[in-house]
Design a protein around this ligand. Structure first.
Ligand SMILES: *[C@@H]1O[C@H](CO)[C@@H](O)[C@H](O)[C@H]1NC(C)=O
Ligand SMILES: *[C@@H]1O[C@H](CO)[C@@H](O)[C@H](O)[C@H]1NC(C)=O
Ligand SMILES: *[C@@H]1O[C@H](CO)[C@@H](O)[C@H](O)[C@H]1NC(C)=O
Ligand SMILES: *[C@@H]1O[C@H](CO)[C@@H](O)[C@H](O)[C@H]1NC(C)=O
Ligand SMILES: *[C@@H]1O[C@H](CO)[C@@H](O)[C@H](O)[C@H]1NC(C)=O
Ligand SMILES: *[C@@H]1O[C@H](CO)[C@@H](O)[C@H](O)[C@H]1NC(C)=O
Ligand SMILES: *[C@@H]1O[C@H](CO)[C@@H](O)[C@H](O)[C@H]1NC(C)=O
Length: 595
């Protein structure tokens, strides 16, 4: 049901706590102080248990160099959030008036007192600080483990991830030096763990190339268990008409060596988009040494994400943001370096889709919040930031948290659009793996109040105690998740919200093309619009649930949420067949006929 090669499935489920400064976890339970005593009163961040899958193998060598990063405090941390809503809420007078790079940087620039304090502290200790983000709110420096243990009252240790063999130097808790208190939001990497992900595998060759080339397609028959571009074009009325605006861009995230091969894309287009120029390519922005290697082995995720963007968002320029194998540079699988790279662009892509994620509890709240506000910066500049919701339903219990569902990051962030999965053709029901639920980190944003309240009323007491009724609820939209046919040295099938997100991103990119060419702003941060005037345009998914069976030694009965009329945390709404005429002046996709 949940496919082993779906990257999101492999999130590390951790029992956790980001606490400051009290020694309790997010469920109010006292933490084991691990032998630390009174000095812990100033602990800035701590976690109670090592995330599932990691083993503490002992203290890190004192002389080993750490690349640490400081997040500097901002004068008004929520200024960017206010700015985001002003330009993203259709009811606002400033709707669509997205901010420039310098306007956003002004809002998130660190407090001058924080800059002074951090510079003085770096100098005093002989460190060379480097600005890591365009706004200067992240500063990096190198420090030996022994010095870091002293200055931050930490205990940096070597953690090994059993199944991947990856090594991470982390500490279970740290304090801030007195002169940095109030000026630094967090130190990273410390209590947040990367979520090493095994490379996906090519599985289940379903059709022969000859079959596809020769087939006279009958979508009703062919799309039932295999999804090719024509299936989603039909489901969502996606036009074949090429986009025309060259300033429109669609960004796709690549990680973990998941190259997208140009030659495979070409063969995919020849087979499934004979109307397109099969030489249609994409550009690559390499991050942390990423090169999108064309010689290496094929891993399905990269091919999927590129084939179902270039192959659906006809002629929209696509950029592959490819984080290299040095991704541990940022201590977080590339999330930080990627967003800072895109924020540094004068004209970022108007849509960004990412099919990677992890358990909310793997990352400390402070770091999650910082990243979430970086996505808010992109939204304020007019980028729709989409993430696959995950492939593990309501999530598998972390040790010691048997009753609690696990939200996923970054879908827990209120400033991104989380994409869940559906199943079935042409009548969609929810896909059982579709991750959805409620964050324990972020409260519910007001744009989803009415939708979520209506769901909670229908739900009654079901699943009480297993989720947080006041948390940010996800996903926000859904699209077909099952049986995508990709070309990767042959045809293979792949299932997951990993497919749903690029498909949705392609639809948004095509809408943006029409908007830009009409002299209008792109859609930008979608959620306030999705939950208000756009909501009546979507198909409501009303059948199914996301009750996954967890692969545990002591398996639990499957538990999850059922779909409901209106919003639900499974597979919300899918399809963009009719965009509200008043704002978009016409039925953009109305002319799209496949036959
Ligand atoms: C620091 O961590 C190591 C394991 O990495 C542990 O053996 C040691 O007791 C810890 N020290 C303190 C003071 O807690
Ligand atoms: C800081 O940079 C200077 C000039 O590049 C170099 O000489 C010095 O060794 C560096 N110090 C540290 C602690 O890295
Ligand atoms: C298409 O497939 C469906 C389902 O198998 C079948 O009922 C229908 O007759 C087929 N249509 C054509 C034109 O072959
Ligand atoms: C197809 O795309 C390639 C690469 O962009 C370009 O060189 C070529 O001229 C295009 N062919 C046609 C017929 O447009
Ligand atoms: C529930 O979510 C809220 C945010 O809405 C958070 O403040 C609270 O700590 C969460 N409760 C638990 C038990 O995690
Ligand atoms: C493309 O979009 C830009 C930005 O809105 C606009 O200035 C330009 O005129 C558009 N070009 C075309 C060919 O529509
Ligand atoms: C979830 O839906 C499936 C059908 O998709 C059904 O077989 C199963 O019983 C449902 N599970 C729960 C817990 O309702």
């Amino acid at each position: 049901m949940v496919n082993s090669w779906s990257l999101l499935t492999l999130a590390v489920w951790a029992a956790v706590a980001a606490v400051n400064p009290v020694f309790c976890d997010t469920y109010g339970r006292r933490l084991d102080p691990h032998g630390y005593t009174d000095s812990n009163l100033n602990v800035h961040e701590a976690r109670s248990t090592v995330p599932v899958g990691f083993i503490n193998t002992g203290p890190a060598p004192a002389g080993e160099t750490l690349k640490l990063r400081l997040a500097l405090a901002q004068s008004t941390a929520d200024a960017i959030v206010d700015a985001l809503y002003k330009v993203s809420d259709p009811k606002s007078a400033q709707y669509g008036q997205h901010l420039s790079k310098s306007e956003v940087e002004k809002l998130v620039a660190p407090n001058p007192a924080a800059v002074d304090a951090v510079n003085a502290w770096l100098q005093e200790n002989g460190f060379n600080g480097t600005a890591l983000s365009p706004a200067g709110d992240w500063v990096g420096f190198e420090i030996p483990v022994g010095t870091a243990n002293t200055l931050f009252n930490a205990n940096f240790s070597v953690f090994e991830h059993g199944s991947s063999g990856k090594r991470a130097i982390r500490t279970m808790l740290y304090s801030l030096p007195p002169s940095l208190q109030g000026h630094v939001d967090l130190v990273h990497p410390t209590t947040s763990f990367p979520a090493p992900v095994a490379k996906g595998e090519i599985v289940g060759i379903k059709r022969s190339v000859e079959h596809v080339r020769l087939a006279k397609r009958n979508l009703t028959a062919d799309c039932t268990d295999e999804t090719i571009p024509e299936c989603v074009q039909f489901l969502y009325d996606i036009p074949l008409t090429p986009a025309t605006n060259s300033s429109n861009r669609l960004g796709v995230t690549g990680r973990f060596g998941n190259s997208a091969h140009f030659s495979f894309l070409q063969q995919f287009l020849e087979m499934f988009r004979p109307d397109m120029n099969s030489s249609t390519a994409f550009s690559v922005v390499g991050i942390d040494g990423g090169t999108n290697d064309q010689e290496g082995p094929s891993v399905s995720e990269g091919e999927l994400d590129i084939q179902y963007t270039v192959g659906l968002a006809t002629n929209v320029p696509v950029t592959y943001y490819f984080v290299g194998v040095e991704f541990q540079d940022d201590g977080l699988d590339g999330y930080l370096d990627e967003v800072n790279t895109i924020l540094a662009e004068e004209n970022p892509p108007q849509v960004l889709t990412t099919s990677y994620g992890m358990s909310e509890t793997t990352i400390s709240f402070a770091l999650t919040d910082k990243l979430c506000k970086a996505y808010a910066q992109l939204g304020a500049r007019g980028t729709s930031v989409l993430f696959a919701s995950g492939d593990s339903g309501v999530g598998c219990p972390a040790e010691g948290d048997d009753l609690v569902f696990q939200a996923t990051f970054p879908s827990n962030c209120p400033f991104v659009t989380s994409v869940g999965g559906t199943s079935g053709f042409p009548n969609e029901v929810s896909w059982p793996g579709s991750s959805g639920g409620f964050s324990n980190y972020f409260g519910r944003p007001s744009y989803q109040d009415a939708a979520v309240d209506a769901f909670l009323t229908q739900l009654g007491d079901k699943n009480a105690g297993a989720f947080n009724r006041t948390g940010r609820a996800f996903p926000d939209i859904a699209a077909a998740a099952e049986g995508y046919i990709i070309f990767a040295a042959g045809l293979s099938g792949i299932t997951g919200t990993s497919a749903s997100s690029p498909v949705t991103a392609s639809i948004i990119a095509l809408l943006n093309d029409r908007l830009l060419s009409a002299g209008k702003p792109p859609l930008g941060f979608l959620n306030p619009w999705l939950y208000s005037e756009a909501s009546s345009s979507f198909k409501d998914i009303v059948s199914g649930n996301n009750s996954v069976i967890c692969d545990r030694t002591n398996p639990q009965p499957p538990r999850g949420f059922d779909t409901a009329v209106g919003w639900d945390p499974v597979s919300v709404d899918s399809g963009v067949s009719m965009i509200p005429a008043d704002r978009f002046e016409g039925d953009w996709f109305g002319n799209a006929q496949l036959y």
